[in-house]
Design a protein around this ligand. Structure first.
Ligand code: DAK
Length: 257
């Protein structure tokens, strides 16, 4: 791997993917995206990984797709490259995925963070969809996910001006779940991942799917989907173990079955 680093077992059952093009502020070139896609695919299959944290460094989560790589592309080039299937792989990752964001999360970087399940932001995080400034518009879900997260008016303003919002505003508007000191952003994300990794991996996946459904469908369909997954949780050994452990006043020992 050239453009990302994979840190396995940074805590029990937790893997950390670090975007690693620091000189380019982690601009998402095609090669980096392919590495993220392939790594997630592998981690999805590994029984000893239950939660994944994805981060950049203090200065940048990612400053967007690689503009230098895209600059000369035609519409047909973009169509043939079909980056959407790579982005869809991130969306389809079945285990909880936490974005630990410090510094710039712009354009595709903001979209990647929003494609994750939870965003933990450092105080220095800056979010934005500045594509409009380079003559395009968000292409990896930004117009949809940002609007759902922060509301139409502010999302429209950001998408149409390319302005950034800081971590505090992102928190106030519900784009991120927590703001932490810059020096702790990764540690806090890993701590959260560890807490989630201690839960039943069956139940966490089912719950993730159901929450995402609420984001992607109307309430009726979302509730229907939630109910089906709720029933399915009762088919797992982990549900039996979890509830039995509660009754017996001990910690559960989840096996992922
Ligand atoms: N692409 C390529 N290089 C980038 C980059 C980017 N997005 N962002 C920064 N860099 C490079 C700079 O060119 C510079 O390289 P050198 O000149 O040193 O070689 C180096 O990183 C450091 O950047 P700066 O010198 O500019 O650093 P500053 O601190 O002064 O400024 C900045 C930081 C983040 C404000 C600035 O770098 C900036 O405005 N960057 C561009 C932000 C941006 O416009 N992002 C949106 C890009 S468009 C798709 C999916 C997704 C997308 C498209 C299609 N499909 C599924 C089809 C997404 C599109 C986008 O994200």
């Amino acid at each position: 791997m050239n453009f990302i680093l994979l840190h396995d077992q940074v805590a029990p059952y937790v893997a950390h993917i670090q975007l690693n093009r620091p000189k380019e502020l982690n601009a998402l070139n095609l090669e980096l995206m392919a590495e993220v896609r392939d790594t997630l695919k592998e981690l999805d299959q590994k029984d000893d990984i239950r939660v994944v944290v994805i981060s950049g460094n203090e200065k940048a989560f990612a400053a967007g797709a690689d503009i230098k790589q895209m600059a000369d592309k035609t519409a047909v080039d973009m169509f043939l490259i079909d980056q959407f299937s790579t982005w869809d792989q991130i969306r389809k990752f079945r285990k909880p995925l936490i974005a630990a964001v410090s510094g710039f999360a712009l354009g595709g970087g903001c979209e990647m963070a929003m494609t994750c399940d939870i965003i933990i932001a450092s105080e220095t995080a800056k979010f934005g969809q500045p594509e409009i400034k380079i003559g395009v518009m968000p292409g990896a879900g930004g117009t949809q996910r940002l609007t759902k997260a922060i509301g139409k008016s502010r999302a429209m303003e950001l998408v149409l001006t390319g302005d950034f919002i800081d971590a505090q505003e992102a928190l106030m508007r519900g784009l991120v779940s927590r703001v932490v000191p810059e020096e702790l952003f990764l540690e806090e994300a890993i701590k959260l991942a560890s807490r989630i990794a201690a839960m039943s991996p069956v139940a966490t996946r089912l719950a993730k799917e159901a929450v995402n459904r609420s984001f992607e469908t109307q309430l009726d369909e979302g509730l229907h989907f939630e109910r089906k997954n709720f029933y399915l949780a009762f088919a797992s050994e982990d549900q039996k173990e979890g509830m039995k452990a509660f009754v017996e006043k001990r910690n559960p020992d989840f096996k992922g079955r």
